[in-house]
Design a protein around this ligand. Structure first.
Ligand code: FA5
Ligand code: MG
Length: 435
């Protein structure tokens, strides 16, 4: 048992999430602001941009081949989220500074891959070789316009049968030949072979099999981005960065996940920047073996819906997805993809706080403390200065908190009150010495 890095509240012995009560213990770190997110289900709200994005992508995966799961509970076991997927015991993702623990056996899923093992297990019972899962996921993280402690992922997987004496590599490659994605230009690629030698091929796979499955995966995902970004471009000429572009530039970057090999990330060139939209790979055979599919080989991917929806609709700030403001919702009511029109530009109010940090300081604890007090009024938090005292060796940090409402003008006085609360909580809960 690791000690908690920061017990967020004086928690009672139990915690109720989504109508189920869990025992808490010394690793519980769910702030009181979080449970309310579990019931929002933005990916299922009619005409919400996340729901529309989900449906656009789902339409590219035939229902005859892919079973869709959109209501799986976010409360999962440590085994589901980490152990079954081969995360090593000391993986940083497991730490209480990165993950929300309900108790030492139970977490809020940090990714939709938490459901991989159970959904692979029922493939035959369901009678389809693939699935799609869309769900809210939870991570303790920094605060800025593109990071929020709750976001949405879509996971997809597909298996191919290796039984029956057929040549699965050849069969999959034959399908790959028919999968060209219009409107996408792959400017950089990494495949299974490098200089003619197979790389990262998992135990139990031939290089030819891994290559075929990786190609199938990459072509399928190129189809997804082609359709999603193509829709954004054709539906409205007010998305200038895409309308002006001949083809969408994408690149495949080699990556690492404990449960796939080879693994890749897909990046999209957007507004002059490479943006990572998904992670994926060939599923490690021991995972499929364990789920009762030694006779199959397959791929899986996990993409960030907010990342894609922000590009598709030109939504500039991830907090907007959570807005209950009518002026946000009604822009998406007719289901047509068009550029988001900002309904306000209210002033920002910057407040700095400087403190000496104790040894056990984790930045995410600070981020969460700020968010716990300021909520969605905190637009972002940036480290602007850091120094170590030459004599005492003590470390000092200065953070700039940007307070800004998406819905109204926040007064300087209101920001001051929040800042005072942050300062008080810093000494009281994180035991830092303010400067
Ligand atoms: C994963 O979560 C893996 N489970 C993905 C995967 C699935 C790999 C199946 C292989 C097979 P990662 O942490 O990189 O990987 O997140 C995947 C995607 O989620 C990212 O590419 C990004 O689009 C999105 N994402 C990750 N962190 C955030 C965040 N803080 N805010 C918004 N989107 C995020
Ligand atoms: Mg990543």
């Amino acid at each position: 048992d690791k000690p908690p890095t920061y017990p967020l509240a004086d928690l009672p012995g139990t915690l109720t999430l989504d109508n189920i009560t869990y025992n808490t213990d010394n690793v519980t770190n769910i702030p009181s602001t979080l449970p309310a997110y579990l019931t929002r289900n933005l990916h299922l709200q009619p005409s919400h941009p996340l729901s529309a994005t989900r449906q656009t992508i789902e339409s590219l995966f035939p229902a005859s081949l892919y079973e869709t799961y959109n209501t799986l509970s976010p409360v999962v076991t440590v085994a589901q989220n980490f152990d079954c997927l081969g995360f090593p015991a000391d993986h940083v993702g497991r730490s209480t500074s990165d993950t929300y623990y309900v108790n030492k056996h139970t977490v809020l899923r940090t990714h939709t891959s938490a459901h991989q093992a159970e959904k692979f297990r029922v493939l035959d019972a369901v009678g389809k070789p693939g699935y799609l899962i869309t769900a809210d996921v939870y991570r303790r993280d920094a605060i800025d316009r593109s990071h929020y402690p709750v976001f949405h992922q879509m996971e997809g997987a597909r298996v191919f049968s290796r039984g029956g004496g057929g040549d699965v590599a050849a069969e999959v490659m034959a399908e790959v030949e028919r999968m060209a994605a219009p409107g996408v230009e792959v400017v950089e690629s990494c495949a299974v072979y490098e200089d003619g030698n197979p790389v990262q091929v998992a135990k139990g796979h031939t290089a030819a099999e891994a290559e075929a499955v990786a190609q199938h995966l990459q072509r399928q995902l190129e189809l997804v981005v082609s359709r999603v970004f193509g829709e954004a471009a054709s539906a409205t000429s007010t998305v200038p960065s895409l309308a002006a572009q001949e083809k969408l530039k994408v690149r495949w970057v080699s990556a690492y996940f404990p449960f796939t090999s080879p693994s890749y990330e897909l990046e999209v060139f957007w507004n002059n920047e490479w943006l990572e939209v998904l992670g994926c790979g060939v599923v490690r055979q021991d995972l499929l073996d364990y789920a009762g599919h030694s006779d199959k080989i397959g791929w899986a991917f996990g993409l960030g819906l907010e990342r894609i929806a922000m590009l598709m609709y030109g939504i500039p700030d991830i907090r907007l997805f959570w807005s209950r403001d009518e002026r946000f919702a009604r822009q998406f009511a007719d289901g047509v993809v068009r550029r988001y029109e900002p309904f306000s530009r209210y002033p920002q109010c910057y407040k700095d706080v400087t403190f000496w940090v104790p040894d056990a300081f984790h930045e995410n604890d600070f981020m969460e403390l700020v968010r716990g007090i300021g909520g969605d009024l905190v637009e972002d938090v940036k480290l602007i200065d850091e120094f170590t005292h030459p004599k005492t060796g003590r470390k000092s940090m200065c953070y700039r908190i940007n307070y800004c409402s998406l819905e109204r003008t926040l007064t300087n006085k209101e920001a001051d009150i929040l800042q005072e609360e942050v300062r008080a909580a810093l000494t009281e809960k994180l035991h830092v010495e303010l400067r």
